[in-house]
Design a protein around this ligand. Structure first.
Ligand SMILES: *[C@@H]1O[C@H](CO)[C@@H](O)[C@H](O)[C@H]1NC(C)=O
Ligand SMILES: *[C@@H]1O[C@H](CO)[C@@H](O)[C@H](O)[C@H]1NC(C)=O
Ligand SMILES: *[C@@H]1O[C@H](CO)[C@@H](O)[C@H](O)[C@H]1NC(C)=O
Ligand SMILES: *[C@@H]1O[C@H](CO)[C@@H](O)[C@H](O)[C@H]1NC(C)=O
Ligand SMILES: *[C@@H]1O[C@H](CO)[C@@H](O)[C@H](O)[C@H]1NC(C)=O
Ligand SMILES: *[C@@H]1O[C@H](CO)[C@@H](O)[C@H](O)[C@H]1NC(C)=O
Ligand SMILES: *[C@@H]1O[C@H](CO)[C@@H](O)[C@H](O)[C@H]1NC(C)=O
Ligand SMILES: *[C@@H]1O[C@H](CO)[C@@H](O)[C@H](O)[C@H]1NC(C)=O
Ligand SMILES: *[C@@H]1O[C@H](CO)[C@@H](O)[C@H](O)[C@H]1NC(C)=O
Ligand SMILES: *[C@@H]1O[C@H](CO)[C@@H](O)[C@H](O)[C@H]1NC(C)=O
Ligand SMILES: *[C@@H]1O[C@H](CO)[C@@H](O)[C@H](O)[C@H]1NC(C)=O
Ligand SMILES: *[C@@H]1O[C@H](CO)[C@@H](O)[C@H](O)[C@H]1NC(C)=O
Length: 605
């Protein structure tokens, strides 16, 4: 394998200029039959940044914070060589990417051994039959609280139509609560049995708030500016990558036309603001239809908290028209005024429907999978409780079990027939008695079954739940305790299919999922503190008939650890030296290098 960094700087400059052309050659190259490949070379390392005016350690990818947006298309093969330049182990997980038949690439501890510090590991997966807006992030050790996240934009293939006109631009916006304490310090706070407390702010694209109020925002903070042209329509993809805070998103004087969420096209409706919970992603179409008398505020403010105490937990960026006549000033646009009442937010969530008539990754309409008429074959009610103390440690539980990683990835243990690593006995219902416990208990999913999962939130804050390997249909939400009668209120027709759903406190959310993807898949709280303290479970889905045919074999570069650590060969330090290069495309085939040369020669007069 030859990395682009092994070329001379002069050659690289020319090659970068010709990158688009090279890319075209790769796409049409006769040497690559089938679906195209996209190559990424990432160096994950620490840097110092001061997003809220206080210098702190953050995690960058190729020196970027947030990391680069991975701009890819349905069915592409993605190859990401990740160099871990941190001082602790690393895994990158690809939230919402389904890795069909290939949980080996999921990047969580149940499927992968961590990449040791100083080592690199190459992920390879196909983005099969997916479109939409997702993000990746480091899944271990609370690292997401320090950065290391970035967008995954999966474009539709040209032959598939999209239920809206081509936007004039595509903008990715990461919003999230932020602490000025570093991630190791936050981890220690949790290990010491304490809560994290109120965040220090909300970042937008890694930057602090615009100084909309001189008392609240100190001078000298760098803020995000989104530059737009009047009259144009932009697709704005917003991801809540934060630790634990639900955020209300709004753009002053502009409507947000909701178009897509986590891979499903929605019924297009205007919102003046939308609640975006931790781990969720939305695409809005925003038309620049104002007169630009000033710039406009883009706001993400903490939800369901006492605003007068949480004023600093507000992200503010600037929407700047090219013909703008001045700076934004005055108060921020109002958030919903419903501190005591979460029904506005729940009703808003229920108003998000799937557009059943449009195709998504495939031409057949999204609604052609009639989930509402499929019989449920497995039922799980997963109850989240407020943190409890188990063996002297503060932990979180689902159905009375606080998950602990057994040290050997579950999928790896299965592959090498190591018994006793986990138990396949996760309870279908919350226990009615017995003390909460720590364990590595897994849900036994039936291949091709149809599972109903009800998340019941007994805590006092909103939780988001995410499932890897799948999208689930969000069919219902309600306050109080779920009962079988709650099924009468399910949306059996146009519930949206996504990978992360919110569950309001004292309420339930029901999802339906078709277990057609073999592997071992993580279900977790996306709220980082809740997850860190044990709120996750895995679902094992095996095809009893032909395990070898339906699942991809482990990759050649499989890492070993835990009970299998003796199989691991040492990795010689290789230093890709790609850290300083912004190049994301590297070529690994002599023929392609020749094509690259010709491409460069063709553009240099
Ligand atoms: C992403 O790639 C598509 C082509 O695959 C291109 O049309 C689009 O401009 C790219 N988007 C961004 C934001 O670079
Ligand atoms: C590490 O990167 C090198 C290229 O720099 C590559 O040849 C090797 O396969 C990578 N290692 C793994 C385990 O992916
Ligand atoms: C993280 O924060 C702790 C406590 O403030 C500090 O001791 C430590 O040096 C910090 N680590 C880095 C790498 O900044
Ligand atoms: C700035 O915020 C402070 C504290 O919330 C508030 O008292 C003050 O009225 C605000 N100033 C302006 C100009 O809005
Ligand atoms: C959404 O709002 C825009 C104005 O910002 C308007 O032009 C458009 O018709 C609205 N769309 C729908 C579906 O209501
Ligand atoms: C622009 O719109 C604002 C708000 O609608 C209005 O107050 C203002 O007078 C308009 N300015 C111009 C120059 O039309
Ligand atoms: C919010 O906090 C302030 C200051 O502590 C308090 O006076 C106010 O009553 C609180 N508001 C609500 C709605 O609880
Ligand atoms: C639904 O999708 C169709 C394309 O099949 C599109 O024409 C229509 O505008 C969409 N409707 C809404 C409300 O988003
Ligand atoms: C679903 O279950 C009902 C009642 O048990 C049964 O009559 C029906 O045939 C089943 N439908 C399918 C598609 O299996
Ligand atoms: C798991 O479920 C399968 C059916 O899907 C069943 O055959 C198997 O016995 C179950 N395993 C355990 C440990 O319950
Ligand atoms: C939690 O469960 C207890 C016991 O069922 C109930 O009394 C309480 O109201 C619940 N709290 C929430 C926030 O759901
Ligand atoms: C990386 O590049 C630098 C400068 O070109 C060189 O001195 C160093 O040896 C390289 N490191 C490795 C591990 O190849």
């Amino acid at each position: 394998m030859v990395s682009s960094s092994s070329f001379s700087p002069a050659f690289m400059a020319a090659a970068t200029a010709a990158a688009a052309l090279v890319w075209a050659s790769v796409l049409i190259g006769p040497c690559l039959a089938g679906d195209p490949f996209a190559f990424f070379d990432w160096n994950v390392e620490y840097a110092t940044a001061s997003p809220l005016g206080v210098p702190q350690q953050v995690i960058t990818i190729n020196k970027q914070f947030p990391g680069p947006v991975m701009n890819i298309t349905t069915n592409w093969n993605v190859v990401v060589n990740v160099l871990n330049s941190l001082d602790e182990s690393l895994l990158i997980t690809w939230d919402g990417i389904q890795h069909r038949k290939n949980s080996w690439q999921d990047g969580v501890l149940g499927t992968n051994c961590p990449i040791p510090p100083g080592w690199n590991w190459t992920y390879q997966f196909q983005v099969k039959d997916q479109i939409g807006s997702f993000f990746y992030f480091p899944s271990l050790k609370f690292q997401r609280a320090a950065g290391g996240f970035g967008g995954i934009t999966v474009n539709n293939r040209a032959v598939i139509s999209v239920p809206f006109g081509k936007p004039d631009g595509d903008i990715t916006l990461f919003i999230g609560d932020w602490y000025t304490r570093n991630h190791t310090d936050l981890r220690k706070t949790l290990d010491d049995g304490k809560g994290l407390g109120m965040p220090d702010g909300v970042l937008m694209n890694g930057k602090g708030p615009y100084r909309y109020n001189n008392t609240l925002v100190p001078a000298g903070i760098d803020y995000e500016t989104i530059n737009v042209q009047p009259g144009k329509t932009y697709r704005i993809r917003v991801h809540n990558v934060g630790v634990a805070t639900s955020l209300n998103f709004r753009i002053q004087s502009h409507n947000l036309l909701l178009a897509e969420t986590e891979g499903s096209y929605t019924w297009q409706q205007n919102y003046t603001n939308l609640d975006i919970h931790v781990g969720q992603s939305y695409s809005f179409l925003v038309t620049m239809d104002q007169n630009a008398s000033t710039d406009y505020y883009i706001v993400a403010s903490a939800r369901f908290v006492n605003e007068s105490l949480w004023t600093r937990v507000t992200g503010v960026a600037i929407l700047h028209y090219s013909n703008s006549k001045g700076k934004a000033s005055g108060p921020l646009p109002d958030p919903p005024n419903d501190f005591y009442d979460k029904s506005f937010s729940m009703n808003q969530a229920k108003s998000i429907r799937m557009n059943t008539s449009t195709g998504a990754a495939r031409p057949n309409p999204q609604g052609s999978f009639r989930y509402g008429s499929i019989n449920v074959t497995q039922f799980y009610l997963l109850r989240n409780m407020p943190p409890v103390v188990i063996n002297g440690k503060r932990r979180t539980t689902l159905n009375g079990i606080s998950y602990t990683s057994p040290g050997t990835p579950l999928r790896l243990a299965d592959q090498f027939e190591e018994k006793g690593v986990y138990t396949l006995d996760f309870p279908t219902m919350p226990p009615t008695s017995g003390a909460p416990r720590i364990g590595s208990s897994v849900i036994n999913g039936t291949y091709k079954g149809f599972m109903e999962i009800v998340f019941q939130n007994n805590d006092t804050i909103v939780q988001s739940y995410h499932m890897d390997g799948y999208a689930f249909f969000v069919v219902g939400m309600g306050f109080g305790e779920w009962t079988t009668a709650s099924r009468g209120d399910y949306n059996k027709w146009d519930g949206v299919s996504r990978c992360t759903t919110q569950v309001f406190p004292g309420a339930w959310t029901a999802v339906l999922v078709s277990l057609d993807n073999v592997g071992i898949w993580n279900i977790r709280a996306e709220n980082l503190d809740t997850w860190y303290l044990g709120q996750e479970v895995y679902v094992k889905v095996v095809n009893p008939e032909s395990a070898t045919k339906t699942e991809l074999p482990p990759p050649d570069n499989l890492l070993y650890c835990g009970l299998l650590k003796d199989k691991q060969k040492a990795q010689t330090p290789h230093g890709t030296n790609s850290s300083s290069s912004a190049s994301i495309v590297y070529v690994r085939d002599k023929l392609l290098i020749l094509m690259l040369l010709f491409a460069v020669l063709a553009v240099i007069p």
